[in-house]
Design a protein around this ligand. Sequence first.
Ligand code: KG4
Ligand code: ZN
Length: 348
Amino acid sequence: MDMRVLGIETSCDETGVAIYDTAAGLLAHRLHSQIDLHARYGGVVPELASRDHVRRLVPLIEEVAHEAGTRLADLDGIACTEGPGLAGALLVGASVANALGFALGKPVVGVHHLEGHLLSPLLGTPRPEFPFVALLVSGGHTQFYDVAGVGRYRLIGDTLDDAAGEAFDKTATLLGLPYPGGPALAKLAGSGRKGVVSLPRPMIDSGDLAMSFSGLKTAVMTLVRRREADGTLDADSRADIAAEFQHAVVDVLVAKALAALVATGVKRLVVAGGVGANRELRARLEYEVAARGASVYFPDLAFCTDNGAMIALAGAMRLAQADIGGGAFSVRPRWELASLPSVAAASD
Ligand code: KG4
Ligand code: ZN
């Protein structure tokens, strides 16, 4: 059955809204980023985030409905991010979704934020078929999943400490770059030279899919302190450190992604989450995965970081299963992805 679903994402510092139609695809999407709001604090301030979602959400819903040419009454359902995320921020999305659902008599489905990221490559063309290996690289997660279908996610690799995005953000702070650090560090890396400084590739030869990024960040810290002390930390050396840091993270992620394909025997790799926007990671994976006769799928850049489209898509896939929706109003700031119920095979 075709479904037209409004998706609402408010788990952190971005208000994302979209309307996804299982037959026609993505009809409209809007995003409001709170970067300017949090920049002067150097990170996300949860209470400010919630209040800004309150201000932005309803006008954004009106905009996407207008752009999609859809009356809210014509929706088949509403999806919102139920967790994990900031409790107050999640509550804003869940309150609006449930109020709309109640007023319109439409089912509401709470979506797992990481499931949204995992399924986001399905918004693009060509669409990856199941099964695929997913590399989820965001600010909070660096994980590999063996994905057999919607809701059928087996965790096969994880970071032991910091996530790759977190390492990007912390290293950016060490180099004096503004929040949000990841994109700023990637930009600086573009003007630096790889291999001028040397940094470790933690656990690259561990023989499994485990990863670790905190040692890399510490190695940058030691380097930066030493150069500050001897007066050699100038703009060029900062850029060289950024370039080598990015190179090291990409080396590890590429090596582990190839190992994950070998370990599962699957020929499709899907990359999702904010760090998936990194151009060097995308270029290296394109090349290395193709060289092994497999395919790699990325979401469009706009759908790598948090967005409403992935929540609308994941919600539509869950709502298409008649037994879901109309559940209790809840948010789950902490929520294990592996605890999700699965959905019947590879349906749209
Ligand atoms: O998926 P996401 O938007 O939020 C969650 O964590 O759920 O990911 C954000 C992370 C941040 O750590 C950010 O620094 C990183 O993705 N990021 C990047 C790039 N763009 C965003 N890291 C490296 N290169 C980028 N171009
Ligand atoms: Zn996210």
